[in-house]
Design a protein around this ligand. Structure first.
Ligand code: UD1
Length: 423
């Protein structure tokens, strides 16, 4: 597996807190390139360290070819004067909001384009902003930008109404350099939040309660130099486990701690899967007669909303019916229409999807609508009869490193083709 996108992104943005940082296991993804561009714009210099066939290159703004991606970078702050994250960079990646906390904490000023809505839901950032106001920031919204400044952030108690993942990460990063103690209650417990906290600790941040719902941060005046290796991507691992459960020979996923995805393993066991774990590897066998089940997406350690689209193809071919209750995002079923065009029988009622099993999926031309939706369509295409053509695969490049190469190496018949070649 590759390094985790959702852990790498906040760790990259934490370079705005100052101090030199070396980061390993950074995946070659579209979102990571966007983050590197934004960091370059904000005065953070990134050097790709040699390794494999890669030369040492200055990343200004980004390394273009993934063939020279070493995944190992050294970051340093070369210009502290910039504080604006422009719309062009933020609109392609909502996680750009993660620069707000570090900018406020270190440069005391931030102007960040509002991320706006996206296909899977409204995704507001009110909880981030309310927390920063409580910590002493003045915030106004003008012309689509969040304009924030402070004379210095001060620690306080933050009770989150919902355990928002990037919200927790943003507050955590700001609190590291705030004066005094910040306690985040009802914090997100996702392993990616833990990975960020560990990377901050490696640079001298004082954080207790890592991995729990109550995080206590004692502000420090500056961070020191440090190194960190990004955790493996558990969502990518889960996607490959589903590929193994759907078809083929036993499939072993390397670079995966099954403890971090227990909810998926439980759901797959209910559907008939069995697993063997050896250290950081897990083997799954194809489920010859999968059974239907019910899942409910929830914050960690519940079933991840980021795995919901990928389990639907297995539910579609399973014996009996299945139900998916989506509680995290209000509109995360855009892939269902496309899967139905491939022969799945899925009905949506509000936040629930009812899946009638026993379908034989047929290849079709389908449209990817978001990152995880496109991974679900790839899995549906693998198990469908005939050819499936997925358009707009740029969504999948945001979060899966060379998925077609990894699947091809397993024997899947999958190719990346130019759009003109399809039409
Ligand atoms: C992160 C992940 C994303 C994952 C999601 C849920 C990253 C880069 N992205 O997204 O892959 O699907 O967690 O596990 O790590 N909300 C508010 N106000 C806020 C913040 C959130 O109402 O200020 C709502 C959102 O609209 C959503 C829910 O809370 O309905 C969860 O959102 P959140 O946990 O913040 O997701 P992200 O951090 O955006």
């Amino acid at each position: 597996m590759s390094g985790a996108k959702n852990a790498a992104l906040p760790i990259l943005f934490s370079t705005l807190l100052g101090g030199k940082l070396e980061i390993g296991n950074v995946p070659a993804l579209r979102d990571i390139r966007t983050a590197l561009s934004l960091l370059g714009h904000l005065g953070i210099h990134a050097i790709s360290l040699p390794g494999g066939n890669a030369p040492s290159v200055a990343l200004d703004p980004v390394v273009e070819s993934p063939d020279v991606w070493t995944g190992h970078f050294r970051f340093s702050e070369v210009d502290e004067s910039s504080y604006e994250a422009p719309y062009d960079l933020v609109r392609t990646m909502r996680a750009s909001i993660l620069c707000l906390g570090p900018l406020l904490a270190r440069r005391k000023r931030a102007r960040v384009s509002l991320p706006g809505g996206c296909l899977i839901g409204a995704r507001p950032v009110d909880m981030h902003l309310n927390a920063f106001v409580r910590m002493g920031a003045n915030i106004s919204i003008d012309h689509g930008y969040i304009d924030a400044n402070t004379n210095g952030l001060v620690g306080c108690d933050i009770h989150l109404p919902y355990p928002t993942v990037t919200g927790t990460e943003n507050i955590l990063m700001a609190a590291v350099l705030a004066q005094g103690t910040t306690c985040i209650f009802n914090a997100a417990q996702e392993p990616e939040v833990t990975d960020l906290a560990l990377s901050l600790k490696a640079r001298g941040a004082r954080i207790d309660g890592i991995g729990t719902s109550s995080i206590r941060i004692e502000g420090v005046s500056a961070l020191s130099a440090g190194t960190h290796k990004v955790m493996w991507d558990r969502i990518e691992a889960g996607t490959f486990l589903l590929a193994g459960a759907l078809l083929g020979e036993p499939l072993t996923v390397h670079g995966f701690d099954s403890d971090l995805l227990v909810s998926l393993m439980v759901a797959l066991s209910e559907m008939g899967a069995s697993f063997e774990s050896h250290g950081h590897s897990v083997t799954v066998r194809r489920i010859s007669s999968p059974r239907g089940t019910t899942i409910r997406t929830e914050p960690y350690p519940g079933f991840p909303t980021d795995m919901q689209a990928q389990i639907l193809p297995l539910m579609a071919i399973a014996n009996g019916s299945s139900t998916v209750v989506e509680t995290v995002f209000e509109n995360r079923f855009t892939h269902v229409m496309e899967m139905n065009r491939m022969g799945a029988r899925i009905d949506i009622h509000g936040s629930r999807a009812f899946v009638r099993g026993g379908s034989v999926l047929e290849g079709a031309s389908v449209m990817a609508s978001d990152l995880r939706a496109s991974a679900g369509l790839v899995l549906a295409g693998l198990v469908a009869n005939g050819e499936t053509v997925i358009q707009r695969v740029y969504h999948i490049d945001r979060g899966y490193e060379r998925i077609e190469r990894k699947l091809e190496s397993l024997g899947a018949r999958i190719k990346r083709v130019r759009e003109e070649a399809v039409t």
